[in-house]
Design a binder for this molecule. Structure first.
Ligand SMILES: Nc1ncnc2c1ncn2[C@@H]1O[C@H](COP(=O)(O)OP(=O)(O)OP(=O)(O)O)[C@@H](O)[C@H]1O
Length: 501
């Protein structure tokens, strides 16, 4: 599974179909959403125009997981929570679970749940309490771009600071130890009561802020899990007050930034646009979640949707947002997203791997065709070293990234090794000095490979050598003959001159 898992959860319908009398839906469907396997089918309900109401279109979206309204909280946790717990406890990666969707679609129900239907937060906490993990928690909300501690008695905006090594953090945020389910109940009650809610058209107690519940494992040393209940993504209605418009503007801006961050992370991961950096700082939400988005972090996005026909546009918007995130991340490929602090490191690593493969193929090709390899100007071989096991390593300078790196040096044995002169780009290595003298071999460092001439097999004496062994004196004949010829030529020259005189 990739670093981003996108799941969709459909809330049970709460309104009667009669309420939507101005909207036609195809019979026998009473709602506009169907779930089949990993697909969500959204049926467009067209307004009635007299008897012409049969225009009907359906859109299909594929996700990693799709849950219809019959799926219980426990079933969903078992499916999605397993990936997160594995990454958190076994691999030690930062993780985040983010609930995104329209107001009243079930984000808070999914994350916090209700007393007899606990959501992700209580289920994660109970799992960690049962497994006696050493953990502490914090709970804060981001309301109109200001951060408020939900576990604190005094409600005042806290500032976000940047730690040199740990990254962004909320100054003065309380962190409470989580040892028992009583602790959990108490903390959740305090947090839920402190959260900013308001009555909206579609929800009598709508969350107007993004709530972030963070579980820290092993204090500061271990990984952390952010459980995020985002504020509703809807547009303000026509009669909205100034406060509501302001709230909606902040909510939508931060959700748009979250979408942009996901887009930019995918661009850098796939090396399509290496210079593009994710705009984490554009909203407090993305800035604070920075360490759990991208890089090695495991993220689960749960898009919650309402099945009613009257919410068609909002549902379509949610599905498009989630589908965009999923398609972008899956495009980068799982194998390329393994390491690195951020996507940039992954991109460089993937690029280097591709380059090395290309060079290996090119080198093998050239050796086959007995052509001398040309030097690669991008990677300058600085020098070669041997590690403790005696394996050759090469230190290379990448002019694109302006950085040095070491990598194992593949050794290619060949009979046909071109000798490359010492130059700025290629330096013969100090390992030459360490090689045994009794096996003189020609070697050259070229394009990241150490070319070694295959040690010559003991040669059988040639015909000439046979002759010289049989008649050692024959070897002296050649210089004598040359001297005689020289004397003869000189004497001829002297005789000619004397005759002329
Ligand atoms: N899957 C579900 N099963 C049963 N009830 C649900 C489900 N999803 C939501 N509900 C109910 O729908 C109502 C609205 O849900 P919830 O408060 O979670 O919405 P929300 O998306 O968090 O809204 P907002 O963004 O306005 O806070 C609640 O009364 C909740 O109990």
């Amino acid at each position: 599974m990739g670093r981003l898992t996108v799941a969709v959860r459909v809330r049970p319908p709460v309104c009667e179909p009669e309420l939507d009398s101005n909207v036609a839906t195809s019979s026998p469907q009473k709602t506009t959403v169907n779930v089949t396997g990993d697909n969500v089918i959204l049926n467009e309900a067209t307004p009635k125009h007299g008897i012409f109401q049969k225009v009907f279109r359906s859109r299909q979206f594929k996700f990693d997981q799709c849950f219809d309204s019959a799926k219980s909280q426990e079933e969903i946790f078992q499916i999605l929570g397993a990936t997160v717990l594995d990454s958190l406890l076994v691999v030690g990666q930062n993780c985040s679970v983010v609930a995104y969707g329209q107001t009243g679609s079930g984000k808070t129900f999914t994350m916090l749940g209700e007393p007899f239907q606990p959501g992700f937060i209580p289920q994660f906490c109970n799992y960690l309490i049962d497994s006696q993990a050493n953990c502490s928690v914090s709970f804060y909300e981001i309301y109109n771009e200001k951060v408020f501690d939900l576990l604190s008695d005094c409600r005042k905006a806290l500032s976000v600071r940047q730690h040199p090594s740990d990254g962004p953090f909320v100054l003065g945020l309380q962190r409470q130890a989580l040892k028992s389910s009583d602790d959990l109940k108490r903390l959740l009650q305090i947090g839920i009561e402190s959260r900013t809610t308001a009555k909206t058209v579609s929800h009598h107690s709508s969350s107007r802020s993004h709530a972030v519940f963070t579980i820290y494992l092993n204090e500061d040393k271990g990984p952390k899990l952010h459980l995020v209940d985002l504020a509703g993504s809807e547009r303000p209605h026509h009669h909205a007050s100034k406060l509501e418009i302001r709230e909606s503007a902040h909510i939508n801006r931060s959700l748009a930034t979250l979408g942009n961050v996901i887009l930019c992370l995918s661009c850098t991961s796939s090396a399509r646009n290496g210079s593009k950096f994710a705009p984490y700082r554009d909203s407090a939400l993305t800035w604070l979640l920075r360490d759990s988005l991208g890089g090695r972090a495991q993220t689960v996005m749960i898009a919650t949707i309402s099945p009613e026909a009257r919410f068609y546009n909002e549902t379509l918007k949610t599905l498009r947002y989630a589908n965009r995130a999923r398609s972008i991340f899956s495009h980068t490929g799982d194998s390329e997203n393994r390491g690195g602090r951020h996507g940039v490191d992954d991109a460089i690593e993937a690029e280097l791997r591709r380059e090395i493969d290309r060079l290996r193929v090119a080198l093998a090709d050239r050796l086959n065709h007995h052509r001398p390899p040309e030097l690669d100007h991008r990677f300058k071989v600085c020098h070669c070293i041997r590690n403790a096991e005696g394996q050759p390593y090469v230190v290379r300078y990448d002019s694109n990234t302006r950085s040095c790196m070491t990598s194992p040096l593949p050794v290619v044995h060949s009979d046909d090794v071109p000798v490359i002169k010492r130059s700025k780009s290629v330096a013969l290595s100090p390992i030459m000095d360490q090689s045994p003298r009794d096996a003189p071999r020609t070697r050259a460092v070229a394009r990241g490979c150490l070319l070694m001439k295959t040690p010559a097999a003991p040669q059988t004496p040639s015909d000439d050598e046979h002759v010289s062994q049989l008649f050692p004196s024959a070897l002296l004949l050649q210089p004598c003959l040359a001297v005689l010829l020289l004397l003869f030529a000189l004497s001829r020259l002297v005789i000619c001159r004397l005759r002329k005189k």
